[in-house]
Design a binder for this molecule. Structure first.
Ligand code: GDP
Length: 430
């Protein structure tokens, strides 16, 4: 059985926590896209961790963690992350790296930084971790696969060829020092030695595991609205954030994905630029940001303050639909306990008309939120484990949103820890 855990919105919905929780009963956790440009925050018995590349199953000794072929693999960062876990008494995780995963090269990171510098105020708000240049090269067919690290001839020839090409940009567009093929080759030899013990033909491994009845989790990064095709292009990431891509980015048949858990936060938050219709500003925003997440809404990788807003039914309904949601995990609900009433965005007004369908980017910029206000519950809900024990207004909030998004909320998360979860029978469950 394969289960995907993905985000409905802009990311930071709490996928890491849900994956860590679901990994208790899984055998394998696979990262299938993205790179070290975003992070998952996980709070468990070992403490609080921000993971960037490692799958969220690394805290269990029974879980095999896999870096799938769809990931942008930054090898030195991966090993730095493993060391940071081991230093904090987490047992060294079981890890496999796909021989088809491609490598984030030092020049990808430089290109990302230089390009943001060049664009100045018109930049995309990149995290400068080389992700866009990496995926551009992958699809331009000049990327380096992990398997190629083990073929000296290919490596030599390619480093030479790639340096010629990149140096044109470094020299003439960015006016920066050029890269030397010999140095790059040496760096790649270092990468080869680090990654060698973990390299695996992942699709064969997964095929066998599925035949043996193992449970596989596919862990997404970011959310629907950051998908390059279905998100708020161009303010998106460079790899697909959709569960459907999980099959490609892990290397398994799409029909094996039997459950798609779409994580949806009880209010909205976003890092980086781009349309955000239900966004809040001023004191109201500051208060939600301060109280939000676990210790405030600040990016797990970048530390950047997140933009925050009220729950957006239009974006979330779309976000869930594009994921192919079977279950919604509704997270960070405990944070809203301070509010007398809670506005929820139920529609977008565009050119005088109200719609509940999420529009393309050019129309999205004209959208104004239509809010409905729901009464708050004004109390702490952390520690509650049964749905019926939640305050009535809290249940009404969940049920209102479930009805508006049209997908079953079967899990409610009321705290950052593994045990902070309420399972719920939904009238919409299939
Ligand atoms: P991800 O990228 O989707 O995994 O999300 P992040 O980890 O970047 O952000 C989610 C934040 O919310 C983290 O700080 C989590 O520890 C925290 N979190 C997750 N679920 C809950 C919850 O139910 N309540 C609270 N208060 N915090 C939560």
């Amino acid at each position: 059985m394969v289960k995907a855990i993905v985000g409905a919105n802009w990311g930071d919905e709490g996928k890491g926590k849900i994956t860590d929780m679901m990994a208790q009963e899984a055998d394998i956790v696979v990262r299938f896209q993205g790179g070290a440009n975003a992070g998952h925050t996980i709070v468990n018995d070992y403490g609080k961790f921000a993971l960037h590349t490692l799958p969220s199953g690394v805290f269990y000794s029974h879980v095999t963690n896999i870096i799938g072929n769809g990931v942008a693999l930054n090898i030195p960062l991966l090993f730095k992350e493993i060391r940071s876990l081991v230093e904090r008494s987490v047992p060294s995780p079981k890890l496999l790296v796909s021989d088809r995963a491609q490598i984030v090269m030092p020049y990808h990171i430089l290109l990302d930084q230089y390009e943001e510098e060049r664009l100045g105020g018109k930049s995309f708000g990149s995290t400068k971790s080389g992700i866009a240049p990496f995926y551009s090269d992958k699809y331009a067919k000049i990327g380096f696969q992990v398997s190629e690290l083990f073929d000296e001839e290919i490596l030599r020839e390619k480093t030479q060829r790639v340096c010629e090409l990149k140096n044109v940009l470094f020299e003439h567009l960015y006016h920066k020092p050029v890269i030397k093929p010999e140095e790059l080759l040496e760096t790649l030899h270092g990468y080869r030695d680090m990654v060698a013990p973990f390299v695996c033909d992942v699709s064969v491994f997964l095929d066998k595991a599925l035949k043996e009845g193992k449970t596989v989790l596919l862990e997404g990064q970011l959310g629907t609205l950051k998908d390059p095709d279905h998100g708020i292009y161009p303010m998106v990431t460079s790899s697909s954030t959709l569960a459907a891509f999980g099959a490609i980015g892990a290397g398994l048949p799409p029909y094996e994905i039997g459950q798609i858990v779409t994580v949806c936060k009880a209010y909205s938050s976003a890092v980086g630029a781009g349309a955000f219709v239900s966004e809040l500003f001023g004191d109201e925003a500051e208060e939600l940001r301060r109280r939000g997440g676990d210790g405030g809404e600040y990016g797990a990788t970048t530390g950047r303050p997140r933009r925050v807003g009220w729950f957006d039914c239009v974006a979330s309904r779309y976000g869930c639909r594009m994921q192919g949601t079977t279950d919604v995990a509704f997270t960070v609900l405990d944070v809203l306990g301070y509010l007398d009433e809670i506005p929820v965005c139920v529609g977008y007004e565009i050119d005088g008309e109200v719609t509940t369908d999420f529009p393309v980017t050019s129309r999205l910029s004209k959208a104004k939120p239509v809010f409905e206000k729901l009464p708050g519950w004004k109390c702490e809900i952390r520690g509650i484990r049964k749905y019926e024990e939640l305050p009535e207004n809290c249940r009404k909030y969940i049920e209102f949103i479930e009805e508006r998004i049209g997908y079953p909320i079967t899990m409610v998360s009321n705290g950052p820890g593994r045990e902070d979860i309420i399972y719920r029978e939904s009238p919409l469950a299939r």
